[in-house]
Design a protein around this ligand. Structure first.
Ligand code: SER
Length: 921
């Protein structure tokens, strides 16, 4: 019989559970929806986390899915092992307070044996150390005791995903692949079983019995309703059912390998399989992550993707790829997955563009970095050390873009370990230092020099040739700049934009053959454009001709933010008035910041209108027209000039339809539609009667909303859980059940509807934030009244107050003091005391950290015996440094001198005792 394909396995699994009344739920994004602590979706259960803890209303109690997952914790073994992938698909069935151990085990066995076709006689299982119940169920289902292994916390306790959430003991199914797959001693020892490091037993199905909710401090709390979370790695099941050696030899992954074979002209073999597997795995991870809007970046999630692309470039060299290659297979790989994941095909063009740019960025320094690492390895060995230093690793990271983990992997091939801690220290020092180092650029380099003006070519191009006119080392002119030296290069022509008009300077590379200078910043002095950075390879001399390449994606984001700033300025002048003058601006790849003169804080409605106005101008897709005009001519256009800026005889005028016309030297989009969207993140005051707006344009808007809604989702779930645990079902009306959009929905809506979706998401996020605020305060009030109700009716409190009774001839005096009880709770308690007996005088006090209160009440009979509660309270409050009073049978008051509460109560008791004993009338 033909082995089942990966697609067939998936269908069989999902259909099996659909037949068992499970709702099919599509895979969620690799970007978790409400879990800021979790970088990626690492398991099928991630999208169901709130279902397990009970933080949301359940739309169903049984679900099944095939979830795209990303795990990078074992990155260095991916490619080297037969069964590890960073990206994989996980089949799963889930129960939320529905079935538990018995059915979960029954389904696992039935599906794997009777539907997928595993041989029951070869199935072994593991259970958690003390899980007798699970073991008994397996025995009942026909798995003999000798094929059941008990394992501890490391293997058989799963979760939570992220730093909190559902978790519990688990039970796994393994397939016995035969003693020949075992380690050298395994066949003879007779002790080999699941848990052994060898390849004989391969786990293919994990059932987690969710019983606990782990909080962020690591404490386990029993879940009110237990649940089932099952995970079965699709590629692993494929490996076993197709009888192949590794997950990479299953039908779909093997197709990708053959694409790489075709592209490289090299055949996949046991000698080169690690490289083939790495690129095969990483292209999937990168494709699916970027497809979900997780772009390569310097930090966080994006850095993980950058690392994967860099590792793929490194291993790609072993297949003779010296130029970008991953991007060439984008369409082919999408072809395999588009039926299951149609979102990939929609994004194919932008996927290719991003991957290509990222590959190019790294390939510029990869070769040089590898040469450098060779030198550093030899140096380390020559000095008799076997640890590669943190400082060297940092040099590779900072200068050549080698992720530390990659350096670690490379030096391990030379039998060197790696000083992780030292690397972290270097990283931290650099952060501190680089904050300072920008100032160095501000020193004058050109004073006294014969200056040749630089021609700026960067409006229409980001790649140009130019000649070196000046070189600087240590802030002084030099004729040669050598490898490893940090310095500056001035050119006669360059596409690099120098910091100006708020826009930060470009970064990129200058090269001449194998000589490479990395540009970290660009500045301008006396019409000369100066590139600051470091020589990565070779050396540079004045007069040489170079190729100057600006980093493209960074420049793109700068263009979005600069053109967005002009539209913002236009919106402010149109909506607030001509008094708005630009007072300062920052245009960076990450965001824009605009300071302007305006006397008062903007209202919420004004912010909303300004944002819509900009988005409307984006939607109109105005052509961006630039003209060089004589200053007088330029002024006639009505162009907005920046206050305090000096202009030459000729100025550049940038016009965007009727939305904006400004004097500006910056780099811009060609049509406003390219900006995509604009969102105002914050409005504040930088002082001196000015206002400040911080905003984002383009893809940064998607990221901003994704982060914002993830935080809101988490806040809603935490509040719902708190309400549930403190108020039970009585708090149900305070639950927030609003639908909160997930990362994919946010991206797709913005991409589809463009700028108009911004207002929708702004309004929605504000409504939800407000609801959280309102319901939190309602919850706190309800909690207080619950606590008072509990306190007033608490029988042990009532008993203990009675125990304090002082008997007099006319009746009993009860007294007590408490902490943090308000007067109405004290009154409630008094009432509950008085219904028990007649002839009672109740004197109660309570203190908080700031004040003390007293409530005195009595049964009606005692007023005729001379008791006047109002007078007693008055006296007590004087002792407390406050005021109080009331009627003969009920009075209250308080004061700030909390340390006197006990003596105030004792005095009141003594006074009452005298009255009720007839000693005083
Ligand atoms: N969450 C468990 C796992 O990832 C079962 O789905 O193994």
């Amino acid at each position: 019989m033909k082995p089942k394909s990966i697609s067939e396995i998936r269908e069989i699994f999902l259909n099996y559970f659909k037949d068992k009344s499970h709702s099919f739920v599509p895979s969620s994004s690799l970007l978790p929806a409400g879990d800021p602590t979790l970088l990626f979706t690492t398991a099928g259960m991630v999208q169901f986390k709130p279902f397990f803890t009970g933080a949301v209303e359940l739309p169903y109690t049984r679900a099944t899915s095939c979830q795209k997952c990303l795990r990078t914790n074992d990155l260095e073994i991916v490619g080297r092992s037969e069964r590890h992938c960073t990206f994989f698909e996980m089949l799963g069935n889930f129960s939320f307070g529905d079935y538990f151990k018995e059915e979960a085990i029954e389904y696992a066995l039935d599906c794997s044996v009777n539907h997928l076709g595993f041989d029951k006689e070869k199935i072994w299982v593991t259970v958690y150390t003390d899980d007798d119940e699970a073991e008994k169920i397996w025995l009942d289902k026909g798995i003999p005791k000798e094929r059941i292994t008990r394992l501890g916390k490391k293997d058989n306790f799963w979760g939570p995903a992220g730093d909190s959430g559902a978790c519990g003991p688990c039970s796994e199914l393994y397939l016995d692949r035969g003693v020949e797959k075992g380690g050298p001693d395994c066949a003879t020892s007779g002790t080999c079983k699941p848990g052994c490091d060898c390849d004989r037993f391969l786990e293919f199905w994990n059932i987690v019995f969710n019983q606990f909710n782990q909080d962020t401090e690591g404490n386990l709390h029993p879940l009110k309703q237990t649940g089932i979370d099952t995970g079965s790695g699709l590629e692993r099941v494929g490996l076993l059912l197709q009888g192949v050696d590794s997950v990479y030899d299953t039908d779909e992954l093997r197709k990708i390998i053959s694409f790489f074979e075709e592209l490289s002209g090299i055949q996949y073999s046991s000698e080169n399989n690690v490289a083939f597997r790495v690129v095969t795995d990483h292209i999937r991870s990168v494709l699916f992550s970027i497809g979900d809007g997780i772009y390569p970046d310097r930090t966080g999630r994006g850095y993980v993707i950058r690392r994967l692309i860099r590792r793929a470039s490194l291993f790609g060299r072993k297949l003779n790829f010296r130029e970008p290659f991953l991007y060439k297979l984008v369409d082919k790989v999408i072809g395999i997955y588009q039926v299951r994941y149609p979102e990939l095909a929609k994004n194919s063009a932008s996927l290719k563009k991003t991957i290509l740019a990222e590959e190019e960025l790294f390939l510029k320094t990869l070769e040089l970095g590898l040469e450098k690492i060779e030198v550093l390895v030899q140096k380390t060995k020559a000095s008799g050390k076997n640890i590669f230093s943190g400082a060297d690793a940092f040099l590779l990271y900072g200068t050549y873009g080698f992720p530390a983990e990659m350096t670690e992997e490379i030096v391990a091939e030379h039998d060197l370990s790696f000083d992780k801690k030292g690397f972290q220290e270097e990283l931290e020092n650099d952060r501190q230092f680089s904050r300072e180092s920008w100032k160095v650029h501000k020193v004058s380099l050109m004073t006294g020099l014969d200056v040749e003006k630089t021609e700026f070519l960067g409006y229409s191009s980001i790649f140009e040739k130019g000649n070196i006119t000046h070189l600087f080392y240590d802030n002084k002119p030099t004729s040669v700049l050598k490898e490893g030296q940090k310095g500056a290069v001035a050119l006669n022509k360059t596409p690099f934009y120098p910091e100006g008009g708020g826009q930060v300077g470009d970064t990129g590379f200058l090269r001449f053959g194998k000589n490479v200078f990395k540009v970290l910043d660009t500045q301008k002095e006396n019409d000369v454009i100066i590139h600051f950075g470091e020589v990565l390879n070779g050396e540079f001399s004045t007069g040489q001709e170079l190729e100057a390449e600006v980093e493209p994606l960074r420049r793109e984001r700068l263009r979005f933010h600069h053109s967005g700033t002009h539209l913002l300025n236009g919106a402010l002048r149109n909506l607030l008035g001509d008094h708005v003058l630009q007072k300062g601006s920052v245009v960076s790849p990450e965001y824009l910041r605009f300071d302007f003169s305006h006397p008062s804080a903007l209202t919420h409605e004004e912010i909303r209108k300004i944002e819509s106005w900009v988005n409307e101008s984006i939607r109109k897709d105005f052509a961006v027209e630039t003209k060089e005009l004589a200053i007088d001519e330029a002024k006639k256009t009505g162009a907005v000039a920046t206050f305090g800026e000096k202009y030459g005889d000729k100025v550049r005028v940038v016009q965007m339809g009727d939305a904006s016309v400004e004097f500006c030297g910056g780099t811009h989009v060609t049509h406003t539609g390219e900006i995509g969207y604009f969102f105002i993140k914050k409005e504040s005051s930088p002082g001196a009667g000015n206002r400040r707006i911080e905003g984002v344009c383009g893809p940064a808007v998607i990221e901003t909303f994704q982060n914002r809604f993830a935080e809101l989702t988490e806040a809603v779930q935490n509040l719902n859980l708190k309400i549930k645990s403190e108020l039970g079902d009585e708090g149900k009306n305070l639950w927030i059940t609003s639908e909160i959009p997930g990362p994919t929905e946010i991206r797709e809506k913005l991409e589809k509807e463009g700028a108009s979706a911004v207002t929708f998401f702004r309004d929605l996020s504000e409504t939800i934030a407000l609801k959280i605020e309102e319901n939190t305060s309602l919850f706190l009030k309800a909690k207080k009244s619950f606590e008072s109700r509990d306190f007033e009716n608490n029988s042990s409190v009532i008993e203990s107050v009675f125990a304090s009774a002082i008997q007099t001839s006319a009746g009993k005096i009860l007294s007590a003091t408490f902490e943090d009880k308000d007067p109405s709770s004290l009154k409630g308690l008094s009432d509950n005391l008085k219904v028990r007996e007649k002839n009672l005088l109740v004197i109660l006090g309570s203190k908080s950290s700031e004040s003390a209160s007293v409530v005195i009440t009595c049964s009606p009979e005692l007023t005729s015996k001379g008791i006047h509660c109002g007078n007693l309270v008055k006296a007590a409050c004087t002792t407390l440094g406050g005021k109080g009073g009331g009627k003969p049978d009920m009075a209250q008051g308080g004061g700030k001198e909390i340390q006197n509460l006990d003596s105030a109560i004792i005095s009141a008791v003594n006074e009452a005792k005298q009255i009720l004993s007839g000693e005083r009338v």
